[in-house]
Design a protein around this ligand. Sequence first.
Ligand SMILES: Cc1ncc(COP(=O)(O)O)c(C=O)c1O
Length: 349
Amino acid sequence: MTTSLYLDRNENLYGPSPKCFEVLRNLTLRELSLYSRDYQRGVKSALSERLAKEHGIPESQLLLSEGSEDMLKQAVHCYLGPAEKILCPDQSWWYYRAVAAEVGGETVTYKLHKRGNSYVYDVDALIEQYERISPRVVLIASPNNPTGNSFRDDDLLRLTEAFRESIVILDEAYWGFSSPDAGRLGRLVGSYRNLLVLRTFSKFYALAGARIGYAAAGASLSRLTKFASRYLGYNRISELLALAALDSPEYYRGINENIRSDRERLYAFFERIKGATCYRSDANFVLIGLPTGHAERLAQYLKARNILVKAFSEDEFRDCIRITIGTREHTRILEDTLGGYFFSSAQTI
Ligand SMILES: Cc1ncc(COP(=O)(O)O)c(C=O)c1O
């Protein structure tokens, strides 16, 4: 049986650092049988302490979670009440709306716009819309899924400044695949008391199966800090894996360089296809706009060759597919297979 190549879920297919496998090999009975909470020193754990120190924020403002999906849900359940408004990107991860619906919240969306081969945010329009509707919660995503674009830091600062009356959730699940940002997280939550920044070990650190994430919470979010606290701690194995990942900067720098250069290869590939646009991305995936009728056909063609990519039902993306950037070898296989679709005489494009 051939195993499929899953390029539809934005996982990091290089897998985690070898140090993570050492953690699993060396696990002790003691580590498995005791709760992870660090009672003695009054911190959540070695992981929360380490992350707080690295980002320069108080440990009490560093929250742990089972991935950023979990913290997003907790934050929305904590702050959004029935019929209260949440302002979300229109073209983004479907789960934002789903979680708002769970609490009976009203989702209002703001648009991203196509500019050449990128999607962009219109910051002025967003601020104007914010002032008009006064939402309880604002959700911003950088890089955004599936469009791959990020907020520039100066735009982010303008937004957080303008949104002071609301809870602002910044989803940075795909942080790390663009430029490194020493000190940025600490500066952001240090300046904006209502800001919650979501991060995860799932994507950049390739630990999606460990379900571990973290968030940096501004000083005014003490309600969430209490709501999200876990008396007995978190999953010790996942925390140890996360610590091992943090101890492996060289490994992650290396695979990130490969992902970034393969992203460039895909841009170059689609530049040769008439009528196609491969949107510029700061993440480990690219969104590709195709001539009418080709998105579904190409997704099926790839599926028949055991390569799964994401096709969309939303109108905006009906002519698009999203492809996760896998390993070097995966990109080579993908390129060959795409070549078969676009350049074989049976296809007309
Ligand atoms: C934009 C975005 N945020 C958050 C997540 C959730 O990541 P996790 O719960 O694994 O941390 C995803 C998953 O694909 C995502 O696309």
